[in-house]
Design a protein around this ligand. Structure first.
Ligand SMILES: [Zn+2]
Length: 377
């Protein structure tokens, strides 16, 4: 905008240089990044495969009685169609309408458009650490790892005066206190059985806290159902207006490990509906409308070559390093499904999140370069 205003073409239209500089300063103060993005929302749904993102329901898995515990006709009614295009729209209608028409979707390996883990482990803690630190530490090799010693991008953003106290994370899995190192980073992390609303929760927050503890949990107290994470995060978004918000859903991974294919698809379908709810709110609120980017991705992939392996993921499961992402926001060209051959990595997200806000993420460890292809025309 600064360049545009001072260009010879526009100068004669200005009453004087003072008017021009005043206008430039107003425009620049409102829009700190080159893209006009002032807020970023990052969303992950644990271990959701690129196969379903781009091809929808897999009939080979659905037809296997070991993975279809319910009425076998019902999964077809919910998610089957004859073409991959129709199937993926049925499963993920928001992703394949708004995000596909106005944003970008990467990771369809049928076009050699590849997104991968850089870490060699292909499970959750190393994946989330890679996403937010922009860096791979091979010593982080267990989901039970202690507090992450490495600075993450949410922490870096929270250190910037403009963003202090305006960065928050809502996560189904309680390990995020450690992954994001809540005590050191100062980023609010509401995860697992944590209460929301701080020391003085309002009526809505109290209800959410009570329901979360009283509800069925797929994984004991370590992980809570995604619906609570979603409602806590939406409540916080509306009341506290964070500049950077991370939401981490876990059920796609839980149902996949359990071998429940219909529940896995239902969990992804719910996430897609919540993406729509979040985006509709964002685009209706003055702080966020046309100033917010949404990045959606996963921590790791899962198996596929041997269909029985779709339930699992680790370094011994071929394909489990294969991931995907989608992004939408002002200044991000609407490329839709990207069908050109390229190789992108999970460790590039951290710098990308910073760059969307016009920041440059630097810290004590090297940070992988951002994803230039997102902004490139
Ligand atoms: Zn898992």
């Amino acid at each position: 905008m600064f360049v545009l205003c001072l260009s010879p073409l526009n100068l004669p239209k200005m009453k004087n240089l003072f008017t021009c500089l005043l206008l430039c300063s107003i425009l620049f103060s409102k829009s700190q990044s080159a893209t006009g993005i002032e807020n970023v929302i990052v969303i992950t749904t644990d271990g959701f495969r690129w196969h379903e993102v781009f091809k929808g329901m897999d009939s080979a898995i659905a037809n296997n009685p070991a993975f279809n515990q319910r009425d076998s006709a019902k999964i077809y009614k919910s998610y089957w169609a004859h073409t991959a295009d129709e199937r993926r729209k049925k499963l993920l209608p928001f992703l394949w309408s708004t995000m596909a028409s106005d944003g970008q979707i990467y990771g369809n390996r049928l076009y050699d458009n590849k997104v991968d883990n850089s870490n060699p482990y292909w499970f959750s803690y190393p994946g989330y650490s890679e996403i937010f630190c922009g860096y791979v530490d091979t010593a982080i090799n267990t989901n039970g790892y202690t507090f992450n010693p490495h600075t993450n991008v949410l922490e870096y953003i929270n250190q910037q005066p403009k963003y202090k106290g305006k960065v928050a994370a809502f996560c189904a899995w309680d390990a995020f206190d450690k992954i994001l190192n809540e005590p050191r980073s100062g980023v609010l992390v509401v995860s697992g059985s944590d209460s929301c609303g701080g020391k003085n929760p309002d009526a809505q927050e109290k209800l959410l806290n009570e329901m979360k503890l009283d509800a069925f949990s797929t994984d004991g107290s370590e992980e809570r159902l995604d619906v609570f994470t979603q409602y806590e995060a939406m409540d916080y978004l509306k009341k506290q207006k964070p500049r950077v918000l991370y939401i981490s859903y876990g059920e796609t991974d839980e149902w996949a490990h359990a071998g429940h294919y219909h529940d896995y698809l239902d969990a992804a379908h719910h996430v897609d509906k919540w993406l729509k709810d979040i985006w509709n709110f964002v685009q209706s609120d003055p702080q966020y409308k046309n100033k917010t980017a949404l990045l959606v991705t996963v921590d790791h992939g899962r198996g596929d070559v041997v269909k029985e392996k779709w339930t699992s993921h680790n370094a011994k499961i071929a394909d489990a390093h294969e991931i995907w992402f989608a992004v939408i926001g002002p200044g991000i060209p609407n490329k839709g499904e990207v069908k050109t051959a390229m190789q992108l990595y999970q460790k590039q997200y951290a710098q990308t999140i910073a760059q969307l806000l016009g920041l440059n993420f630097t810290c004590e460890h090297p940070v992988a370069e951002g994803l230039k292809s997102i902004i490139a025309k």
